[in-house]
Design a protein around this ligand. Structure first.
Ligand code: SF4
Length: 361
């Protein structure tokens, strides 16, 4: 396995792909968006942006789950935390994201109960071990994490756990991508699509991008050769005037996706309008907990009072997430906003564009 994975870092293979990209790149130029934060980091860490021909631009998209979580959702989690006897269980990145007037980290310093989890199943274990406390898991992320949260809710129901609930702010990719490809101020020629999302969804939810908007896309993985192969396949499509959704990550993605994971999502969640930082309200792009599982819906159970939203002053995360500007163009980048003192979520998350630019450029 180790040897097989080493092939995806092989400099010889990488050089061959870089050559193909150079030969196939359209003379008139092309802008490719890497949709996902994991790709943003892989591209930055491996210096791939600098390996592209002058006519090819790679821009970063809205695929960092922490970054696209709206301020109102952050404030809602903080409001839940302020309810007596509630413990918030969450992935680490979320604790540092500033809400309107506070953050989970600040609330924890003030004595409130926040626990870092690596999976929703950790939160279930926490609920089981602490029957006197209410454990609220913060469900953020895309199709990669949503099935795990669905399974945790199903397991909590089967166990009869009464002190476990979820703040559901999951999102799906296709609606956000449609918003971007329809943006008249943004000229996108192709999309580098995330392999881990594709593992769950398959290619079907992305096909409308090629069929209705003529935008080619390639689902690929996160090693340097994966990313370069994805870009080379996109270049070939542009060169041949094709628009299709192809898979460069055959070791992880099947066109039909993962039916077990998709069924778990469908059983527990239904789609709804979600508010994305930078992109606004997008119908059908969020997941809310179905009525049958309403006792696990933290908002319904606790109905917290959420403070009025104040967005971080001067932060341009919205424009960065819409690919309207690069992180380094934000006046606060590096001067006021750093990973140690982040002003916006794109600098907090390890998958955020601002954090990736800060670290690698
Ligand atoms: Fe927001 Fe900081 Fe990024 Fe500027 S550099 S957009 S303030 S996160």
């Amino acid at each position: 396995m180790q040897n097989e994975l080493a092939a995806f870092k092989d400099p010889k293979l990488a050089r061959g792909l870089i050559e193909s990209i150079g030969k196939l790149a359209p003379e008139g130029g092309a802008t490719l968006m890497e949709v996902c934060g994991t790709h943003t980091v892989a591209i930055a860490r491996n210096g791939i942006r600098n390996l592209m021909p002058d006519s090819v631009r790679l821009s970063s998209g809205p695929g960092c789950p922490v970054c696209v979580t709206s301020n109102r959702d952050i404030d809602a989690v903080i409001a839940l935390l302020r309810i007596p006897n509630v413990t918030i269980a969450t992935f680490g990145d979320m604790t540092r994201v500033p809400g309107s007037t506070s953050s989970l980290l600040k609330e924890q310093a003030a004595g409130r109960s926040v626990q870092i989890c690596y999976s929703p199943l950790d939160a279930l274990a926490l609920a089981k071990a602490n029957p006197d406390r209410e454990i609220v898991f913060v469900g953020v992320g895309f199709e990669t994490t949503t099935p795990l949260v669905a399974m945790a809710i199903k397991r909590a129901a089967a166990m009869g756990l009464k002190n476990f609930s979820v703040f559901a702010a999951h999102k799906n990719m296709p609606g956000a991508l449609e918003t971007l490809v329809k943006d008249p101020d943004l000229k996108l020629d192709a999309l580098i699509l995330p392999g881990h999302v594709g593992t769950i969804t398959g290619t079907k939810p992305f096909e409308f991008l090629a069929k209705e908007y003529g935008i080619p896309g390639v689902v690929t993985g996160f090693e340097p050769v994966d990313v370069l192969q994805g870009i080379a396949m996109i270049m070939r499509q542009l060169h041949e005037g094709r628009a299709e959704i192809e898979i460069a990550y055959a070791r992880g993605v099947m066109p039909q996706g993962n039916p077990v994971a998709l069924a778990a999502i469908d059983e527990v969640f239904e789609t709804c309008t979600a508010t994305w930082r930078g992109l606004g309200d997008i119908p059908g792009s969020g997941y809310r907990i179905r009525e049958e599982f309403a006792q696990f819906d933290a908002l319904k159970r606790f109905q917290p009072e959420i403070e009025p939203t104040i967005n971080p002053k001067g932060c341009r995360c919205g424009d960065v997430l819409r690919a309207r500007m690069e992180p380094s163009e934000c006046p606060l980048f590096r001067k006021v906003c750093t990973p140690e003192n982040p002003v916006g979520p794109c600098m907090v998350s390890s998958e955020g564009s601002c954090a990736a630019y800060y670290r690698y450029y």
